[in-house]
Write a protein that binds this ligand. Sequence first.
Ligand code: AMP
Length: 249
Amino acid sequence: MKILVTAKRVIDYNVKIRVKADQSGVETANVKMAINPFDEIAIEEAVRLKEKGIATEVIVVSMGTDAVQETLRTALALGADRAIQVQTEQELQPLAVAKLLSALVAQEMPRLVIMGKQAIDDDCNQTGQMLAGLLQWPQGTFASQLVIEGERLQVTREIDGGLATIALKLPAVITTDLRLNQPRYASLPNIMKAKQKPLAIITPAQLGVDIAPAWATLKVTSPLTRKIGVKLNSAEELVAKLNDLGVLP
Ligand code: AMP
């Protein structure tokens, strides 16, 4: 069974995000980038399925400028067998990504697609669901456990206040939650080996997909900063202060 996994290049979660002066988006120049953390979990799960002999090949896909090749090489070092870059300079929204993935699924014929539940840059949490809709495949979203037995899958899903376990049939789309696994680190020998693994490049036009955006971003702003508070020493001081502010009846 082939597994397709996705790896989005996002700003590293440790970086303090800065909004661009013209409010058109966030600053990405000279900022540390990384694989979307939920996608690292997707790669780890796919690689473990290969190690268990359930998967035969793990193909990793990333979409964007040539910078995503670095992301793909990291995924290859983590254990994916080959990589595909969908090359574009254009901003990709979830529906465009889902359509591109759907076209790749038609070419590669995987039985399972594993993706992150959301990208930590746009927090859309839409792409996996849209892909399952386009393919008319069942979906197990927010997976915290995945059990595969033949053509059947059991997915434990993280839902409000508990867990839900659902049964699906392959082919299927899975999106990962944080507790699915603990991703490994890439070892130096595997980073070296990853340089030799195949990385194919394809364009949206070659896949016959229109990637025109479905919405326009009007502006992006930073959260409001809280006014600095005052430290008081006693309840009396607090009452006096509230009286001064005129908030007591
Ligand atoms: P989103 O719906 O934007 O929150 O993204 C959900 C998931 O879709 C991510 O965790 C990725 O696995 C995948 N995805 C979204 N955009 C891309 C991209 N440009 N390249 C590869 N995967 C992507």
